[in-house]
Design a protein around this ligand. Structure first.
Ligand code: ATP
Ligand code: MG
Length: 457
């Protein structure tokens, strides 16, 4: 148990209150214990404490420490604990019950209670409704431990009621399934499907935050396959891809299965994992809109990448995604069918156009796309790996590929007598092309001479 969690429980206890760890940190701790201490996300997890103390009593108990009134109206206070030279948060929430969900996303009122069981009852899934005290003893009125042990996600109480109270729980169920590899219990699963339209009432930001975690989950592919209908309430585009046959000898799978496989195959880094997997999942989103068929029955999807980019832009707008993520996703969808060759000049030009990271990401999406056809030849796989190495080599050699790497800059161009304005940029661009194409060396003296030449043209 993380030190700060224990400390928080002890301090509340010493002040005469009941206090327990609850939610994700307990669930993950039980999971780790079952896996012999290796699974889970030790250290990175957030710690939630539930207590009989009213918010003012919590603040009193922790006076002298840094306290943030996170959601004091709902009874949540964040206390910062020093740990490993940092200040880390513990969220402390007063036992509460919730009443009436007229809008399907917020309780009409929350009432504080002195009963732990009442508090656990309002929680979403049995695995999240387990409380643990400072000695590691658990209070588990809904059989959460057994469900964690069996890998089952089960609503607390009647799933239809719980999902109609708060539609976000439907998203959360799928997210936990995708991250933990758990199965959703049958009644809970059926209620998700019945209540899927409740998702329309939840703000796009909250739905999208869950969706990003879902996609990043190791078992996301199985979740998208199994719950396409439910996800379709938010992303009808995925439903349109389902069962859309490609009628093309390159492809073994329908559009959705192909895209899910691409998401499962794509090589990512910890930094780009979420959006790369999301881009792989949506890379052929334009296909259902661009299908045509030859007389012989062979299918084509002319222009599907740029059409897909338009759809992607709309999806991201709908999800209220920020500009940066939107641009990244749209670019990956738009360029996923770029034709790569083992041509150093071409690669350098593209590295300049897309940035080196951008180009590597396009290559990885493209490789995943090919793997996901189910028909990729070994030669093609080798070719991609060689191109990947070429890009890495260019980066290692620090070969010149962007304006900032050029041995001259705008000031030099202006010093040669070109007046400030677009002409300066044009000359620099030309110089960069010359260097990339190997016509001149990236050497200050040579380039200054080139500037003179270009200026007098
Ligand atoms: P993680 O932190 O790993 O994402 P978590 O289970 O801790 O998972 P949080 O969003 O931190 O999830 O919420 C903490 C706890 O609050 C949950 O475990 C659950 O008991 C309760 N909870 C959160 N959101 C809901 C909800 N929409 N409906 C009911 N209970 C919820
Ligand atoms: Mg949590």
């Amino acid at each position: 148990m993380a030190e700060r969690g224990k400390n928080a429980l002890r301090i509340l206890h010493d002040a005469g209150h009941e206090a327990y760890l609850v939610g994700g940190c307990v669930r993950d701790m039980l999971l780790r214990d079952m896996a012999g201490g290796s699974a889970g996300r030790e250290g990175t997890e957030d710690i939630d404490v539930t207590t009989s103390a009213a918010p003012e009593e919590v603040k009193l108990a922790f006076s002298g420490m840094r306290i943030i009134d996170t959601g004091i109206r709902h009874g949540t206070v964040t206390v910062m604990f020093p740990e490993d030279d940092r200040l880390l948060p513990v969220e402390i929430t007063t036992y509460r019950t919730e009443q009436g969900y007229a809008d399907g996303r917020h309780p009409d009122s929350v009432a504080f209670t002195r009963s732990l069981e009442e508090d656990l009852k309002r929680r979403d899934f049995t695995m999240n409704a387990i409380a643990m005290d400072e000695n590691g003893e658990i209070v588990d009125p809904f059989g959460g431990r057994e469900d964690v042990c069996d890998g089952v996600i089960r609503a607390v109480g009647d799933p239809d009621v719980r999902f109609s109270e708060d539609g976000l729980r439907i998203m959360r169920a799928m997210r936990f399934a995708a991250v933990l590899g758990f199965d959703i219990e049958e009644n809970t699963e059926q209620a998700m499907l019945r209540n899927r339209r409740m998702l329309e009432r939840i703000s796009a930001e909250r739905v999208f935050a869950e969706f990003k975690k879902l996609v990043a989950g190791r078992y996301a592919g199985d979740v998208v396959r199994r719950y396409t209908e439910v996800l379709g309430a938010v992303f009808p585009e995925l439903l349109a891809m389902k069962g859309f046959e490609q009628h093309n000898e390159y492809h073994r799978y329908d559009v959705l299965e192909h895209c899910v496989r691409a998401m499962e195959a794509v090589r990512t880094t910890p930094e780009n994992n979420t959006y790369m997997r999301m881009a792989a999942l949506f890379h052929d989103v334009g296909k259902p809109l661009t299908y045509s068929q030859e007389d012989c029955g062979r299918g084509h999807f002319y222009g599907h990448a740029s059409r897909g980019a338009e759809v992607m832009e709309k999806i991201m707008e709908r999800m209220k995604a920020d500009r940066w993520l939107t641009d990244r996703m749209v670019s990956l969808v738009r360029h996923h069918d770029l034709i790569f060759e083992k041509d150093e000049r071409l690669l350098k030009r593209w590295m300049r156009r897309f940035t080196p990271e951008g180009l590597s990401e396009i290559l990885e999406i493209k490789l995943a796309d090919n793997i996901a056809t189910g028909n990729m030849s070994e030669e093609l796989g080798d070719k991609f790996r060689e191109i990947r190495e070429m890009i890495e080599d260019i980066l290692r050699q620090e070969d010149c590929f962007s304006l900032k790497d050029l041995a001259v800059d705008g000031k030099d161009v202006m010093a040669a007598g070109v007046s400030r304005g677009p002409e300066v940029g044009r000359i620099l661009d030309e110089l960069l092309d010359d260097v990339i194409d190997g016509r001149v060396d990236n050497e200050r003296k040579t380039l200054l001479a080139q500037i003179e030449k270009k200026r007098s043209l």
